[in-house]
Design a protein around this ligand. Structure first.
Ligand code: ZN
Length: 484
């Protein structure tokens, strides 16, 4: 299959082996030539280009494709796998290329390749260029490096080098005799790194075929395409005509689910005797604190001048005498939130101020967060989702920004009335709890609420919740797909 003419090939085959092997080899040669011609005609490639591509695709590479990397054989061998900066000045301007030096495809005295880690004017990161090593000033230079490079997880040039599992995730494997150029330290030990550009496509498996077929077929109209359609939120694939509709269907169903989950959550809060309503608001002058039971019993209603609140530094450096703080801070009522299920409305920073005051009384030099509700109990966010203003989270949007951005907007001029804020909280809980739900939506939303992250850090509990949630998703569109 090297560069020999058709006649030479026929003669060589005639002399070399039995008739059957000869015929089969001959068929391979003929089809190879035919495909080369076809590529030349259709893709406009030269014969050499077409043959090179085909040899790689048909696994017909000569053994010399990846000569064992003899780092000492060429002056630049030390740089294989090393991240370098190459500079060259000429014609009044300086060219710069940043990347990882790769060995040339065939042994060569001064050619090397560079896998780019930074874009150039014409090439993206990951592109591989052959360069004449003599003409570039390299930093580090070949004499400044002695050992094969050892990367740590963070500094690894991911555009150019990858471990075998990483290659596999791109459906690639190292080519025959492809050398490892560097290593990376991972939790499981040192792993070899290979040039991504030199790796080969994995042979297709029936499973991969089926999944590729699924990606190329529209779930609505069954139209197929050569390239995969983008995945929609429901995990299916749609042609451009049906993608938007699928996303909208999902989005609407998510809103209905969000509304149902907020309703179930509000019912559970109202039934929970541990629930407590806390309002902390500060303006330029005062910090106000109001804590009430669900039934309206006032547990604490106080305010103190902002100027009297010690700073974080005062706490850490023990500069405050707790005895100088207001009397009511020492009363059990000020500490009544401990062990309760907190529903909080606060202006930015007021929760921290109150936490700092409490930790001073408790004699702690660490600033506590005693008033942060559990993440699932952010009333403001639940209400936004219920209204359709906030986004319902799914696996990809786990309790995130939506749930943390729960502060009241602060306008220095607009004073908040803590009493009104508490009754607003109570009102919101009540209207959410009253939402009409069909039986199957109620059951679904209750189950979904049970899969939300809680404060438990156990990995088992987390994966168990996620698998329950995945199971729920299979019926999600059946339950919430239509307006009910
Ligand atoms: Zn379609």
């Amino acid at each position: 299959m090297e560069d020999i003419t058709t006649r030479q090939a026929r003669e060589r085959l005639n002399g070399a082996c039995g008739a059957q092997a000869r015929d089969s080899a001959w068929r391979t040669v003929k089809s190879f030539r035919a495909v080369v011609e076809e590529r030349m005609a259709s893709a406009g490639e030269t014969r050499q280009e077409a043959e090179e591509v085909l040899r790689a695709e048909w696994d017909l590479l000569p053994e010399t494709m990846f000569p064992e990397v003899q780092r000492r054989d060429t002056p630049w061998g030390n740089l294989y796998g090393v991240r370098v900066r190459c500079e060259r000045t000429g014609g009044g301007h300086t060219q710069v290329r940043e990347g990882v030096i790769l060995p040339p495809p065939k042994p060569h005295a001064y050619q090397v390749r560079i896998g780019l880690t930074a874009p150039t004017r014409r090439h993206k990161p990951g592109a591989v260029l052959t360069i004449d090593a003599r003409r570039w000033q390299m930093t580090p230079g070949p004499h400044e490096v002695t050992d094969p490079p050892r990367y740590t997880g963070r500094d690894i040039p991911r555009e150019v080098l990858a471990t075998i599992p990483e290659l596999k995730s791109q459906r690639l494997v190292p080519a025959r005799l492809q050398p490892a150029l560097a290593t990376v330290k991972q939790a499981s030990g040192r792993k070899d790194l290979y040039a991504i550009a030199d790796a080969q496509a994995m042979p297709a498996s029936p499973k991969a075929e089926r999944s590729a077929q699924r990606r190329r077929t529209c779930s609505t109209c069954s139209r197929t395409s050569r390239q995969a359609f983008p995945e929609a939120s429901d995990g299916r694939f749609y042609c451009p005509d049906h993608h938007t509709a699928a996303e909208q269907r999902w989005e609407h169903a998510m809103h209905r689910l969000g509304r149902s989950v907020s309703a179930i959550w509000a019912r559970q809060v109202l039934e929970d005797a541990a629930s407590i309503l806390v309002v902390l608001v500060s303006d330029l002058e005062h910090l106000s604190i109001r804590i009430e039971e669900l039934d309206g019993t006032v547990l604490l209603a106080q305010e103190m001048p902002v100027a009297d609140i010690p700073s974080d530094d005062d706490v850490i450096f023990d500069r405050v005498d707790p005895e100088t703080l207001p009397r009511w801070l020492h009363s059990p009522a000020a500490h009544c939130t401990s062990g309760r299920r907190i529903l909080l409305t606060t202006t930015f920073g007021a929760d921290e101020d109150f936490a700092r005051l409490l930790s001073l009384i408790e004699g702690s030099t660490r600033v506590l967060w005693p008033l942060r509700p559990e993440r699932r109990d952010y009333l403001r966010c639940r209400y936004d989702v219920w209204l359709g203003r906030g986004r319902m989270y799914d696996q990809r949007h786990r309790l995130g920004q939506d749930y943390l951005g729960g502060w009241l907007p602060t306008h220095p001029k607009a004073g908040y009335d803590p009493r009104e804020l508490v009754s607003e909280m109570r009102h919101r809980l009540a209207v959410m709890a009253k939402t009409d739900l069909t039986d199957d939506r109620e059951a679904f939303a209750t189950a979904w609420l049970g899969t939300e992250p809680d404060s438990s850090w156990s990995v088992d509990a987390k994966s168990e919740r996620l698998s329950r949630r995945t199971a729920l998703k299979s019926t999600f569109l059946t339950v919430f797909g239509d307006d009910a």
